[in-house]
Write a protein that binds this ligand. Structure first.
Ligand SMILES: NC(=O)c1ccc[n+]([C@@H]2O[C@H](COP(=O)([O-])OP(=O)(O)OC[C@H]3O[C@@H](n4cnc5c(N)ncnc54)[C@H](O)[C@@H]3O)[C@@H](O)[C@H]2O)c1
Length: 352
């Protein structure tokens, strides 16, 4: 089995989860790491036995032996290293969300198309047994046509602070942090319908009533976001996310189909019930069917292994960046709608 050699860009918090996961995937060598802050990269290299370190990722990208890189920089700094790496002939696994800016995200996808290299966005929920089972159920046509869905990622008191609350590093707040999981899960399960219009709202009333970061004094980004999304095929999606609220739950993630309905509750995309439940008629009466999904999996290891396998075997990106771009289109639509006093805005999906 060919050893896949990878480099790390951004040696902060989430990089440690990928280094741990990659250390458990066979046939992988983390050959180099880079970070603007030398102490971060040195500490990470020492912890995971990485032989070469850089403070400029462009220098690291000159290493011919690197097959790919893992981009773990803050969200608003995803595009520059990703685009540089793709242009240097490297495959890229980039942390979620794709980017803070829709234009930058579009350029990332365009560059992946142009270079023919893999661009995978790390959406760990795709590897949960719940999402995998729900996708299988939907792909088999069990729900019929999905005409309406609601998707939720909520926390009652959970502003993460740090780089997540700065416009310059995160771009957006809850919508881009946990909301992206809700949006991606819904879009993936609905088969990536094309959004055409969004009506949205964002607010920031409760960030400082926050048990995660009691010392927090201010937040530059939204702590609540919601959107009503219209798709080209006529389906509608309600999207709700927040870091802080005066409520126990914003509801749950549900899909209404012409033949059956489905409810899913999984880590960030929570609902009143965990797991996957199918709602349909059996023998002429309504039944709730709790679907067994099995035990939890190591989602970081599963997504990292999928990236390595795609690189080694020359497969397409396990998490298609064109589909992922729709989350940026919708989040930007929510922000634009808020700026227009909550009026509906048309959104356009970039074509390549
Ligand atoms: N998948 C998950 O569960 C998960 C969890 C947390 C964060 N994330 C995502 O991971 C990304 C990083 O988050 P984090 O919590 O690790 O942030 P962090 O601030 O802990 O780490 C970011 C690192 O990137 C470095 N950096 C910044 N600009 C750079 C540049 N131009 N070149 C090289 N290095 C640079 C910083 O010095 C820092 O060490 C974010 O996009 C976030 O949304 C994902």
């Amino acid at each position: 089995m060919k050893t896949v050699k990878l480099g790390l860009i951004g040696a902060g918090g989430i990089a440690q989860a990928h280094m741990r996961a990659m250390s458990e995937v066979s046939g992988v060598e983390i050959a180099a790491a880079s970070d603007l802050i030398e102490s971060n990269v040195k500490r990470t290299a020492e912890r995971w036995g990485i032989p070469k370190t850089f403070t400029d990722y462009n220098e690291m990208l000159k290493m011919d032996e690197l097959d790919g890189v893992i981009v773990c920089t803050p969200t608003a700094v995803h595009a520059p290293p990703t685009i540089a790496a793709l242009k240097a002939g490297k495959h890229v696994l980039c942390e979620k969300p794709m980017e803070a800016s829709l234009d930058a995200a579009t350029e990332m996808v365009a560059t992946a198309h142009k270079t023919g290299k893999i661009l995978m966005i790390a959406l760990k929920l795709r590897y949960t047994p719940q999402v995998i089972k729900a996708k299988k159920i939907i792909n088999e046509g069990t729900l019929g046509d999905i005409y309406y869905a609601e998707t939720v990622a909520d926390r009652r008191r959970g502003n993460p602070g740090g780089s997540f609350i700065r416009k310059a590093t995160a771009g957006f707040g809850a919508a881009a942090d946990i909301g992206v999981y809700a949006l991606d899960t819904a879009l993936y399960l609905m088969g990536h319908p094309k959004p055409v219009a969004v009506m949205g709202m964002t607010s920031n009333y409760l960030s400082l009533h926050n048990t995660w970061n009691p010392a927090l004094k201010e937040t530059e980004v939204e702590d609540f976001a919601t959107g009503w999304i219209l798709f080209e095929n006529g389906a509608r999606l309600v999207f709700k996310t927040c870091w802080c609220m005066n409520m126990d739950s914003l509801g749950g993630t549900i899909f209404l189909g012409t033949k059956a309905g489905l409810r899913i509750g999984v880590s960030e995309v929570r609902g009143p019930q965990e797991g996957v439940t199918l709602y349909r008629d059996e023998f002429g009466d309504p039944f709730d069917i709790k679907i067994p999904t099995g035990d939890g999996v190591d989602v970081f290891k599963a997504e990292d292994a999928a990236f390595v396998d795609a690189v080694r075997e020359g497969k397409p990106s396990p998490i298609d960046p064109d589909g992922m771009l729709l989350t940026n289109v919708i989040i930007q639509g929510v922000i634009d709608s808020q700026e227009k006093g909550g009026r509906e805005v048309e959104v356009k999906v970039p074509t390549f």
